[in-house]
Design a protein around this ligand. Structure first.
Ligand code: NCD
Length: 340
């Protein structure tokens, strides 16, 4: 695809060549992402970071990624504090903000809504999550994590065995990741969820039509056995039409140290888009696994910065100009914890 000036709305936009381009750019970004080097290549550019749904890591990491490239960020958080709560349309909001900023990241509770932001503007829009629809940049950083954790070249990611676990019906990160992995060949998917929270049929059918193996199970042990990657997700409380209905599913799939040792391979990596529910009895990943080297969840969140920097650099057309704008770092920063 032509990244320059493009909006990123769905993973369907990418092919293998695009992924190689994003990942090789992300690798260049790593030094800048963690403050070892400083570039000012986006100095003067402004990102409007519009989050109409709760977020911690996506909102902050989009903002930090833009800042790490030298750009400035303006945030809004929550629906109630925006003019949409006064009845303003997506059309108007998008046009207004594009008069202020050079690029927008948008998270919105309705599926398909972020695409509507492109109708009244020419500035690029990046989908930061549209309801139960998609979360394309999360899928990119998830895939980048799988690629780095499995230590293979991107082209040899074929044949990976991955279990996607939890609320696969409402989980947009699971939707985007499954679709993104469909670019490769012969992927072994296990979709592990209570029957009511299964992966949408359209995605299952698409994967089968492309020749991937898809196994669907509600049995957790059967679901985690033999996979290279466990991708655990949260029960999406906020997306249930009847409040409280979600409660019966909370804690139904909890990965403990014992289960991990007994049923998983030595090199199985544990991923989660986060936030994970760490309340007792509802836990998705036992806290005793926190220092386990196969728990990749914090390396995964760290990867959000170089990946989002890479996308911004490609969209703003500066991926080859990073080095021309490097300045010396004058401040101290300790090394990261859990970066095993
Ligand atoms: C996810 C999201 O918002 O879709 N979080 C994220 O962006 N990393 C997952 C979730 O909320 O469960």
């Amino acid at each position: 695809m032509d990244f320059k000036g493009a909006s990123i709305l769905t993973v369907d936009q990418f092919d293998l060549g695009d992924l190689e381009r994003i990942f090789s750019t992300a690798e260049v970004m790593e030094d800048y992402a963690f403050g070892n080097k400083i570039t000012k290549v986006l100095e003067g550019a402004i990102l409007a970071n519009l989050f109409f749904e709760p977020s911690t890591r996506s909102r902050v990491s989009f903002g930090c990624a833009f800042n790490r490239l030298g750009g400035s960020v303006r945030d809004t958080t929550g629906f109630t504090f925006s003019s949409m709560s006064k009845g303003e349309s997506i059309y108007d909001t998008s046009r207004v903000i594009s008069g202020y900023a050079d690029i927008m990241v948008v998270r919105h509770p309705e599926e398909g809504s972020v695409a509507k932001f492109t109708k009244s503007t020419n500035i690029p829009i990046v989908n930061g999550g549209d309801g139960i629809g998609e979360h394309p940049t999360q899928a990119l950083l998830d895939l980048y994590t799988i690629y780095k954790e499995t230590n293979v070249t991107l082209r040899s990611l074929n044949n990976v065995k991955i279990s996607l676990i939890g609320d696969l019906k409402h989980g947009r990160t699971a939707h985007s990741l499954a679709k993104l992995l469909s670019i490769f060949k012969n992927i072994h998917f296990k979709f592990v969820s209570p029957q009511e929270l299964g992966m949408p049929d359209s995605i299952v059918e698409m994967l089968r039509a492309k020749g991937h193996h898809v196994q669907i199970t509600s049995d957790f042990i059967n679901g985690i056995r033999g996979s290279n990657i466990l991708y655990i997700t949260r029960v999406q409380d906020e997306r249930f039409p009847h409040k409280n209905d979600y409660k019966k599913f909370k804690g139904s799939y909890s990965l403990t140290v014992d289960k991990f040792k007994k049923y998983c391979n030595k090199d199985t990596k544990i991923l989660h888009p986060l936030p994970r529910d760490s309340r007792e009895l509802k836990m998705e990943i036992d806290n005793n696994l926190n220092n386990h080297p196969n728990l990749a969840i914090f390396r995964q969140t760290d990867n959000g910065i170089p990946i989002r920097m890479a996308l911004f650099a490609l969209i703003m057309g500066v991926e080859d100009k990073i080095y021309q704008h490097v300045i010396e770092r004058s401040w101290f920063r300790p090394s990261l914890k859990n970066k095993m």
